[in-house]
Design a protein around this ligand. Sequence first.
Ligand code: ACO
Length: 329
Amino acid sequence: MTKTRASITAVGGCVPEYILTNQELEKMVDTSDEWILTRTGIKERRILKGKDQGSSVMAAKAVEELLQKRGIGAEEIDLLIIATVTPDMVFPSTANIVCDMIGAKNAWGYDLSGACSGFLYSLTTGSQFIETGMYKKVVIVGVDKMSAIIDYQDRSTCVIFGDGAGAVLLEPDQGGNGVIDSVMKSDGAGCKHLHMKAGGSRRPSTRETVDNKEHFVYQEGQAVFKHAVKNMADVTAEVMERNALTSSDISWLVPHQANTRIINATAKRAGLTADKIMVNIQKFGNTTAGTIPLCLWEWENQLKKGDNLLLSSFGGGFTWGCIYLKWAY
Ligand code: ACO
């Protein structure tokens, strides 16, 4: 019997209009365009402005674009999974809110918290619903409004992050395309290096937590960097090895956009040249769960049916992983 795989059949994306440049950041904190560019590769990032604008706004636009491209209605969606660490609210899930916004009346949905690996975690999870035959149309969104949890007086984090959303539609495929393999990993010991101190059940919000700036991203950059460089390259090599892939078999590496130095280390380990790596960090910065689908969104026109893609990520948790898929259109 032919194996049913989950193929990506449409991509949508949304980045806010407001562009926060390195030059503008130079006026806000003690930093320079040169430092940001050489240490991270980022020139500018997008910021969602406006009262009561949450991740759902970007997610809904990305999904609506995807539906329009595929020529289907929102009521055809069976399941919507949203990868995010910046949900609109602690509850209900942003997925519930987005289903209501777009009119996905027949869908159920939930949020998945995997930080920068959230999109890959969700893609792996969503694929199972297609592979088992349970559902025909599953939408996976990676979205973060990082500006909501960034201290714009902390130069070590505010230069890195941006806001954005990307979405993919998964449908059954029996022609050999779709998600072929997936290796997902996590290590909760990494929590101490990258987290948000308050606002959860362990340390609920109080006047004191706000005064102490505990509702912002806390990151020990160097420790995270060391783990990211090694683990993202290792897991990518592992997926290549167990699928007998050599660098010449790979059409594209789609890496999480945290830092060009981490991306280059992964590409080097996989033996890939720059023309095979999707990089848009210079424009959007690190949008956490948004980076990988935003790359697919930008490169969609260059992708061909049967192309071999490796999607690789590393992020808070620690969480990391790699997915091998064949492009379906
Ligand atoms: N401008 C100027 N100087 C700065 C800035 C800035 N924006 N930020 C830090 N510095 C200074 C530091 O204070 C330090 O100064 P000192 O030497 O006088 O003490 C110096 O620059 C070097 O700082 P490092 O932290 O060692 O800089 P590094 O080269 O490690 O770069 C960075 C920092 C970009 C954060 C890097 O460590 C990194 O990319 N880490 C990984 C990030 C990542 O992958 N995160 C995971 C995903 S995020 C998620 O999951 C939510």
